[in-house]
Design a protein around this ligand. Structure first.
Ligand code: ZN
Length: 108
């Protein structure tokens, strides 16, 4: 599935948060989690560690090397975000336009 960003931008109602997180997981860690490694220490000595309690579609992992946990979204823009992923492309565009208007006003 290569059309990921485009389908998200169009906010297709069939694209669920679950699907988006699944795509992020595949992009980051590979379809079979073959690229899965700890974002804290880089170790591949990692195993699955249940799902997030408030977002069941987000897989958690435990690093046996540094004994820290992480999840599909650790280190991404979605990590600390309380919003579900779906509205984010819209927000991102709003933030960009805000940034642009601030830039142009600071030039004056
Ligand atoms: Zn680690």
């Amino acid at each position: 599935m290569m059309g990921f960003p485009k389908t998200v931008l169009s906010l297709n109602p069939e694209i669920t948060d679950e699907l988006i997180v699944e795509q992020i997981r595949k992009l980051r860690f590979g379809p079979e989690l073959e690229n899965l490694k700890c974002p804290h220490c880089g170790s591949k000595n990692v195993h699955k560690y249940g799902k997030m309690h408030n977002r069941k579609y987000v897989q958690r992992y435990y690093c046996k090397n540094c004994e820290k946990t992480f999840n599909d979204l650790t280190g991404t823009i979605l990590e600390k975000c309380r919003l579900t992923p779906r509205p984010l492309p819209v927000l991102h565009r709003k933030l960009l336009s805000l940034e642009n208007s601030q830039r142009s006003s600071s030039r004056r």
